[in-house]
Design a protein around this ligand. Sequence first.
Ligand code: HEM
Length: 415
Amino acid sequence: GDGPAVSAPGTSVSSVSHPITLDSPEFVVDPQAHFTWLRTHAPVYRGRVDSSLVDQDVWIVSRYADCKSLLTDDRFPRSPAGGPAIASGMPDHLRLLTESMIYKDSHEHRRLRRLVAKPFTPRAIERLGQRVSELANGLLDDLEARDVVDLRTEFALPVPMTVISEMVGVDEADRERFHRGVQGLFDGMAGPEQEADHDEGAALAEFVRELIERRRSVPGDDLLTGLIQAEEQGERLADDELAAMVFTLITAGYETTYNLITNAVVTLLDHPEQLALLRADPSLMSSAVEEIVRYAGPVQSSEALTAAEDVTWHGRTVPAGSLVLPLLAAANHDPEVFAAPETFDITRGPNHHLGFGHGEHFCLGANLARMEARVALDALLRRNPGLTLAVDREQLTLDPVPMLVRYRSLPVRFG
Ligand code: HEM
């Protein structure tokens, strides 16, 4: 069926019904109205998430200062309960994903992250800029010959998908298969009535293992080969850890970024004066991308944390064992930190948003995502001074995917 229409954010607090269920249709229609209510009336709120992965109470934290301090507070580790709680809804063959750095703390986390940090440093990322530009322009060369194009699937998706696949070492022939598997998983997460597609999930786990075996026998010049060699040199990455790493890097590496590029185009088209400003002064591109991450970032929360002990703040006691969710997208619209938070302002500065998280788990790929968005948007806008939506604005709908802001499609006309 059709997804909910999107309204101006944060406008109608009267649309908030209780208890708040993240990912309910009411929530997805206007998350910012919910965020405003939460920040104002219930900064520590016991709500619910109803996805097939987490179907339980979660304590929602929505103010900027609280989200930020939570993400560096040892009383809220990711393990032991965070990973397994999520895994309890997962098919068996996907439990290995909890071996990802995302669900680890302190030295276990550092050990895994260190192994893959090098290709993500600012210098390493700058070197990829030329390749991203080639990809973006190559796609546009073909797409611009057509009347109406779904920018989401035909442009925003293939740019980061190709980049991360080349980095990690996924052969071209396998990318479509990987993407189908990931979409199957996300669709399964979208709600209890949509059972996770176990066949897709199983195929995905099997695919990742196959990929690893192939790189073991035929090494390449890629991250996966590097990990396998590190393993042989005594880093002792367990098989499940290696599979979880590959899965995490690829999935985090394109799913988020293609939604960022899509959301960027929607947001700029929604704000013609800001788009005109950017066209007139392309040196604003970096700060424009930051503002897009703040205002319309694709990731609305960090992974769930777990209270290791009873913790009381703002008069509420979160019992030990509870899941706690820092709502980054709510923090990013906190008027205590951002003047006129509902104003989209590509010149905003400083702009210390939490759209890439905070603390030890700060997004590994932030520099890559920023560069890809900059380069892709720059090519698109320079080549198409008359870019427009090819449908009415109300026809752009969001997928009800947990904690992701993801449009179903983005039909545009070039020009
Ligand atoms: C972590 C957002 C792109 C890899 C995170 C976190 C956020 C985030 C909010 C923190 C999660 C948490 O605290 O639980 C985004 C957004 C992106 C993006 C909004 C694009 C617009 C990428 C890319 C990669 C990537 C391109 C490339 C591989 C990761 C990894 C982590 C992570 C591996 C886990 C880091 C850790 O646990 O230490 N990301 N991300 N992300 N991101 Fe990204």
